[in-house]
Design a protein around this ligand. Sequence first.
Ligand code: PLP
Length: 223
Amino acid sequence: MSVNIQAYQSILSELQPSKITLVAVSKTKPIEDLRELYDLGQKDFGENYVQELVDKHASLPADIRWHFIGHLQSNKVKLIAPFVHLIHGVDSAKLLSEINKQGIRNNRIIPCLLQIHIAQEETKFGLDEPELKAIFAGIEELSHTAIVGLMGMASFTDDVLKVQAEFRYLNSLFKQYFSKFQPLPQSDVQPILSMGMSGDYIIAMKEGSTMVRIGSLLFGARN
Ligand SMILES: *Cc1c(COP(=O)(O)O)cnc(C)c1O
């Protein structure tokens, strides 16, 4: 009822020619809505809150790939470390080292994206360029974390040119750091550039996104 199946199918067909992955952002939405998309074949779901993710993971099929896209606190990493598919919003060396510690504890390599601050708004989290560089310099010490790409959120504005410029900047960093970088040795994992939401995914696609995170177009507005 509240899932927009038509929008889902049309978004998939837009993404398909460029093989862009759709993460269905299901935060605050009930299990039944996720199940409805799952039954249509959707496997990648994104959540912002740790406890909600843990609960949904426990009640839905095991082959769902869970993306954590919110702001993650270090003391909560352990709750999602056993099963999370990709952590999108990593924005400090401290968080990264906690993820690595939990990777060791769970005997798995946890894939992460570094969040870059690209919007003008003060409130959005993320690394700047020198911080990104510093984190890359320490990457080899992380045995159980794989930095597989970058994530960013553009300014919330109708100014298309501004959003485009922010995404273009993010893609330039992505190319700089990931074009020659094989995040997971001996695997076919391609580097990921996670950018684009309901309001700006079309722009993000044109600017080279490989993964979009879409919520309200699929599930309706959140309260
Ligand atoms: C909520 C959220 C989304 C989805 O936003 P919509 O505008 O509903 O598509 C994408 N990315 C992040 C990081 C979010 O918090």
